[in-house]
Design a protein around this ligand. Structure first.
Ligand code: BES
Ligand code: ZN
Length: 454
């Protein structure tokens, strides 16, 4: 196919464009990066126009903008694909653990190191280049393509659902296409069919009205950090079961059939231990590691602070203590309901010596997508052609809340056609993209559009 030849011939240029995109520090979670987030959105719009999309615009939201593009050359009887991706990235901290500067894309062998290389700039860019390859060799892609690229995914997508609700007609499509997940290994592609939901909260515990001398008051004033630690420690038992009343009430139990299915996904415990950098695993003993990390709910403290945190010592009995706590949720658990349960429980277990405030930071639904659609078959054939191997179906423990929104608001299923690798260091120092996956990804996307067109 000519589009494939074109992609192969222009791979180096595609990569230098990706380097430009990666150099923009579009960190969505912090106000001070707002200009960079906008710069990334505008850069993406310009590249969409250059790839042939006749319409591409930066559309405002109350937060970071959404980049929308469409090219509908195939007519109303042909399928329309809605490509979703996110151009924002996680903060690069801790900076001193990066071997190369986080926003200077650096190639080492077959890997490209940079924040956002895999999550998600490198993966979303694949689709622009697939469309460009069709434009240059066939005049247009064989299906209709719409793109929605958001700039707030890494901070909980606060404005995405309202945007989708307000633009149902504009976004109408037959299938969603998302490349924001990982495959099993270099040569074993995977399609994710299950994602976990999330409820993210912040807890503030207040003890004395102001900081106190720990010599003068220690022993008779309850330290809010100690109190918070005790509260957090009680949220799980020794086996990792969450003790919040009602937490498991709506958890959909894993059927034997699905457990058998999950057990088929190749898994090597030693490799996994090494990848995670841990001595041994932890958690609910009656579930496998794969089940625990993809199909069971979790509770994790993502940060905890208060008191004196600078070098040296300070004998203080602090006034406040804080923690960020998130739970990963599985099908049938409602994030809003779980958030209420956590808020109620934290107040209930607070000792009378302190006061507690819990703030909800963000919620996101999990999802299970259909695996029997013609588009899913096209995706399987596309991977087989692009990677030379049939994809494995798997669930992932991460969250991409838009998948549920596409089901609810647009009535469409998404194909999670990922090109990342499990050791890409997402959200961690030294994030990387395995470059052969970038190029194979473009070829896989080209095949997908072609197979979908029939
Ligand atoms: N690309 C990830 C989702 C993901 C993580 C897929 C791990 C496969 C494996 C996505 O960008 C992400 O990190 N999402 C956040 C969503 C949250 C902020 C609502 C997540 O899962 O933490
Ligand atoms: Zn992502």
């Amino acid at each position: 196919m000519k589009a494939l030849d074109y992609a192969r011939a222009h791979g180096d240029r595609f990569l230098s464009e990706l380097n430009e995109f990666l150099s923009i520090p579009s960190i969505s979670t912090h106000e001070r990066h707002r200009p960079a987030v906008l710069e990334a959105a505008e850069w993406l719009r310009d590249r969409l126009l250059a790839a042939g999309f006749p319409r591409a615009e930066v559309m405002p939201t109350p937060g970071h903008p959404i980049v929308y593009a469409e090219w509908l050359p195939a007519g109303p009887v042909s399928p329309t694909v809605l490509v979703y991706g996110h151009y924002d990235v996680q903060p690069p901290d801790p900076l001193d653990l990066w071997r190369t500067p986080p926003f200077e894309p650096t190639r080492v062998g077959d890997d490209l190191f940079c924040r956002g290389a895999s999550d998600d700039k490198g993966q979303l860019y694949v689709h622009l280049k697939a469309v460009e390859a069709f434009r240059e060799t066939a005049g247009a892609p064989p299906v209709n393509v719409k793109c929605i690229f958001e700039g707030e995914e890494e901070s909980g997508s606060p404005n995405l659902d309202p945007f989708i609700q307000q633009h149902r007609e504009l976004l109408a499509a037959d299938v969603g296409l998302i490349s924001d997940t990982d495959i099993l290994d270099r040569d074993t592609p995977a399609i994710v069919y299950g994602l976990r939901g999330i409820a993210y909260l912040e807890v503030e515990v207040t003890g004395p009205a102001g900081d106190l001398h720990s010599g003068s008051y220690g022993g008779a004033v309850h330290n809010p950090i100690n109190a918070l630690c005790a509260m957090i420690a009680s949220l799980q038992d020794a086996d990792g079961r969450i003790t919040i009343p009602g937490f498991y009430d709506s958890v959909r139990q894993l059927e034997d059939e699905e457990r058998a299915e999950l057990a088929k996904v190749p898994f090597d415990r030693q490799d996994w231990l090494q990848e995670a950098g841990v001595k041994t695993d932890w958690g609910e003993p009656e579930y496998t590691i794969t089940e625990r990390t993809t199909a069971r709910p979790t509770l994790d403290v993502n940060g905890i602070w208060g008191g004196y945190m600078e070098p040296g010592t300070k004998t203080v009995l602090p006034s406040n203590a804080y923690a960020k706590i998130s739970t990963r949720l599985v099908p049938d658990q409602d994030p809003a309901e779980i958030s209420r349960l956590i808020q109620r429980h934290m107040k209930a277990i607070a000792p009378p010596t302190v006061s507690v405030e819990v703030r909800e930071l963000h919620l996101g639904d999990g999802a299970i997508v259909r695996r029997d659609s013609p588009a899913m078959q096209a995706a399987c054939r596309a991977y087989a052609a692009g990677f030379g191997a049939e994809p494995v179906f798997k669930r992932t423990g991460g969250s991409i809340p838009v998948v549920a929104t596409l089901q609810k608001e647009l009535g469409i299923e998404a194909i999670l056609m990922g090109f990342g690798l499990p050791d890409d260091n997402l959200h961690a120092p030294n994030e990387k993209l395995h470059l052969p996956n970038f190029h194979r990804g473009i070829e896989t996307a080209i095949h997908f559009f072609q197979f979908l067109a029939g």
